[in-house]
Design a protein around this ligand. Structure first.
Ligand code: ZN
Ligand code: ZN
Ligand code: ZN
Length: 167
């Protein structure tokens, strides 16, 4: 029996407002637990990251905030992104040098693989502790001490397979 939570790629016509409010609730809770201050500015930046399931570059984030009337210096945006990443509510998509909001209620050590859909551009995470264990074993055999493991998988999501994409 497989009790694994299926990675949930959002349906293209899903209620994204529900994702945003869920993510916002988790974000506030996570910051409270970690003693990280939840400020209006951090919330504003977070909301721009959660605007879709697509990763956003720091540059696009700055542009998006500016359209909203909030002109921030790159250094401020990076600082806020650092805080949001430390809280575990925003992740960096290493292969794209972009950021996405965590839409999964996984725990802090983030043994998740990130799926990146090349068609709709959305990303999602799935918990995969056994994959990380296996990679840890490989590293041990290679007498390598890993500092971090990132698994990002490119492909096409179920929503896009055989369907026109837009989400
Ligand atoms: Zn959504
Ligand atoms: Zn996450
Ligand atoms: Zn897709």
């Amino acid at each position: 029996m497989n009790d694994r939570k299926a990675p949930s790629f959002p349906a293209h016509n899903h209620d994204h407002g529900a994702c945003v409010s869920g993510a916002l609730g988790r974000a506030k809770r996570r910051c409270l637990e970690k003693g990280i201050k939840w400020t209006a500015l951090r919330e504003q930046v977070f909301q721009h990251v959660t605007a879709s399931h697509k990763p956003i570059s720091a540059y696009d984030l700055i542009e998006s905030l500016a359209k909203d009337g909030k002109r921030l210096a790159p250094v401020s945006v990076y600082r806020i992104l650092d805080v949001l990443q430390a809280a575990g509510i925003v992740h960096r998509l290493e292969s794209r040098n972009a950021f996405f909001a965590c839409m999964t209620a996984h725990d802090g050590n983030r043994q998740t693989v990130t799926f990146v859909c090349g068609d709709c551009g959305c990303v999602t995470e799935a918990e995969a502790p056994e994959a990380f264990r296996a990679l840890g074993e490989v590293a041990k055999v290679a007498r390598f001490h890993p500092l971090g493991t990132i698994v990002e998988i490119d492909g096409t999501c179920g929503e896009c397979t055989g369907r026109p994409a837009s989400c």
